[in-house]
Design a protein around this ligand. Structure first.
Ligand code: MF3
Ligand code: CO
Ligand code: CO
Length: 300
């Protein structure tokens, strides 16, 4: 069958392969697999409509490699965490591990961020700046790592216990972990971004916790923060439809108390207004033909 009609692309329309040429001067008479043409036309549509970059297999491979490095760094961080260390010591380790692997820590100098990793302790929601703060028994700490390896970004974080967990610490960390798990499980082609947000909000609020609104997940891979914006609250069926090749983070920040926050004088550190504990887990997720694949996989 003629591929023009198949894909509803006019002879004079821009070619869906992204060449910038007219369709008739490019792929119109090509023998390309219709599945590939379909992907190319989706790619063009998502770029034009939403500025979302659907990723090609070689780009996914690149993000995955960056993700592997990220996970190896988080494992080393986990081993060093104990009462008495400072958040600067975590920064030093994370920074050195990037350099050893030929990677760049994306946070460093990002919009003026002064360190190579975010370390967010207890009531700090996110974007904590490593410094001379000493970790103590019962603290919780989120460590958020974003390497650039061969120009590909991967973004993930975990919240760790320092020493023995407190009851509240245990509770909020478990709920934040399960929130990410439920968000990820909502990912499949034809689901929407609203489905992800709903899954998270419905779960966290049912347990009396709150979902932070000011910080959200994001497209990632070619750049640190790409489209789309991934809200951690929402309505089922609303928002952009997920399609294979989308790569974005899900990174719900869950507070034990109220959702309201303020930013400290350093212009970065976000803390809960009521000083309640906040926890977060983040992974970089690819939408596949039949569901999802984590490009920064760890057990949830
Ligand atoms: N890694 C964070 C995120 O998940 C962003 C940190 S921006 C920084 O999006 F500048 F604080 F590093
Ligand atoms: Co992120
Ligand atoms: Co992150």
């Amino acid at each position: 069958m003629n591929k023009v009609n198949n894909n509803k692309i006019g002879r004079n329309d821009p070619c869906p392969c992204g060449s910038g040429k007219k369709y008739k001067k490019c792929c119109m008479n090509s023998t390309k697999d219709p599945e590939i043409l379909k992907h190319e036309s989706k790619k063009q549509e998502y770029k034009n409509k939403y500025n979302i970059i659907l990723k090609e297999p070689h780009q996914i491979e690149g993000i995955k490699k960056s993700g592997r490095l990220l996970l190896s760094i988080l494992e080393k961080v986990e081993k060093m965490i104990e009462p008495g260390i400072t958040t600067d010591m975590i920064n030093d380790l994370v920074h050195k591990e990037h350099l050893k692997a030929g990677a760049i820590p994306a946070p460093l100098n990002y919009r003026g961020f002064p360190k190579s990793v975010c370390t967010s302790v207890n009531e700090v929601i996110c974007h904590g700046i490593p410094g001379d703060r000493v970790l103590k028994d019962h603290d919780i700490i989120n460590v958020d790592v974003t390497p650039i390896l061969n120009n590909y970004y991967a973004d993930a974080s975990k919240t760790f216990f320092v020493g023995a967990p407190s009851e509240d610490g245990q509770k909020i960390v478990n709920i934040a972990r399960e929130s990410l798990k439920r968000g990820i499980n909502a990912v499949k082609p034809d689901a929407t971004l609203g489905d992800i947000g709903f899954a998270i909000q419905d779960y966290a609020e049912s347990l009396g916790c709150s979902v932070v609104r000011e910080f959200i997940g994001h497209g990632v891979g070619i750049d640190f923060h790409e489209q789309p914006q991934v809200l951690h609250y929402g309505v089922r069926g609303e928002g952009i439809k997920l399609v294979p090749g989308m790569v974005f983070t899900i990174e719900p920040m869950i507070n034990l108390g109220a959702k309201e926050l303020h930013i400290l004088d350093d212009n970065w550190t976000a803390v809960t207004n009521d000083k309640s504990l906040s926890a977060q887990f983040e992974q970089t997720i690819l939408v596949t033909e039949d569901g999802y694949e984590s490009l920064t996989p760890f057990e949830l």
